[in-house]
Write a protein that binds this ligand. Structure first.
Ligand code: C2E
Ligand code: MG
Ligand code: MG
Ligand code: MG
Length: 285
């Protein structure tokens, strides 16, 4: 009897797995079409200097709003593109769009772009990246690449090579989501990072839990000592922003300063707020 039920369960599971695989394949096809039809977009979220809330740059974040499927999160479609082997195509499309948009911003603003862990295993990544920048005349010094610890761990030697080639061209490297996952302090010594982004989990726990405060303070002190820049992610309230200022954290990012917005909205925002545009308007007017 139990054997029969057992077998029945296997049937149910395999049906679910088959269904899951069909869904993933449909999603894959839809995403491939979206890339071809230029339906994958990139939004920009400000990164500010905490002492005066001045915008220093923007992080590019992929957005896909499918006419049939609706909004699909990048935490779903980026891993899918990685699994199905076309993250390089997706990422090149996104970098192209993000860099193009950045070209019309004031020149002192940087662009921060997420590299997937698969791209850090692919020896062509640096060459492809530089080719895109070159094609559109984008100064590599304005670009930062965000990578995660998982990415440098899984294929350390290839990752090291890619990071070296990107840095030689003037691109800066940020360690994203620091403090979660497979954190190792040794990694900060072994890889030539320029900046550390403190994961939003620590910021959102600030008001409820003293441990997070100690961890953030420790990260900030350590980064100061190592000569690394530091950004706190996921700042949602004035209280959180104020605490991070007190901890000596130089930069911040989060809904409190601005949600990710499309290129046109970002441009309008800059025209209203950025000193360089204000200057142009004053000299013209
Ligand atoms: P991430 O690189 O750590 O990006 C930060 C995420 O936090 C973004 O989610 C952003 O919208 C969200 N966020 C920013 N401020 C706040 C806040 O104050 N509160 C809360 N609750 N969330 C905040 P998003 O856009 O859904 O992206 C999720 C992840 O997907 C990213 O995490 C990144 O790992 C990946 N991703 C997004 N765009 C790209 C891309 O172009 N390429 C690659 N390879 N990965 C991407
Ligand atoms: Mg990021
Ligand atoms: Mg992050
Ligand atoms: Mg993240």
């Amino acid at each position: 009897h139990s054997k029969r039920r057992g077998r029945g369960q296997i049937t149910v599971y395999s049906r679910e797995i088959a269904q899951e695989m069909r869904r993933a394949t449909q999603l894959e096809q839809a995403l491939r079409n979206a890339i071809i039809n230029d339906n994958v977009d990139v939004h920009f979220q400000p990164i500010v200097r905490l002492s005066d809330n001045r915008v220093l740059g923007f992080e590019a974040l992929a957005r896909w709003n499918d006419p049939d499927l609706g909004f699909v999160s990048p935490s779903v479609f980026v891993p899918l593109a990685e699994e199905r082997g076309f993250i390089d195509t997706l990422s090149e499309t996104l970098l192209y769009k993000a860099a193009e948009a950045t070209l019309s911003w004031p020149r002192d603003l940087f662009l921060s772009f997420n590299l997937s862990s698969c791209q850090l295993m692919d020896t062509r990544t640096a060459t492809n990246t530089l080719a895109i920048l070159n094609r559109i005349g984008f100064d590599p010094q304005r670009l930062e690449m965000e990578i995660t610890e998982t990415a440098v761990m899984t294929s350390a030697e290839t990752a090291r090579r890619i990071i070296h080639d990107l840095k030689s061209a003037g691109i800066r490297i940020s360690l994203d989501d620091f403090g979660t996952g497979q954190s190792s302090l040794g990694r900060l010594r072994d890889f030539p990072f320029d900046k550390v982004k403190i994961d939003r989990a620590f910021v959102s726990a600030l008001t409820t839990d003293r441990t997070s405060e100690h961890i953030i303070r420790a990260i900030v002190t350590m980064c100061d000592g190592l000569g690394l820049e530091v950004v706190a992610e996921g700042i949602e309230t004035a209280t959180e922003a104020q605490k991070l200022r007190e901890f000596g954290c130089a930069m911040g990012q989060g809904y409190y300063f601005g949600k990710p917005a499309d290129a046109a909205t970002t441009m309008r925002y800059l025209k209203e707020h950025h000193h360089e545009f204000a200057l142009v308007e004053r000299t013209v007017g």
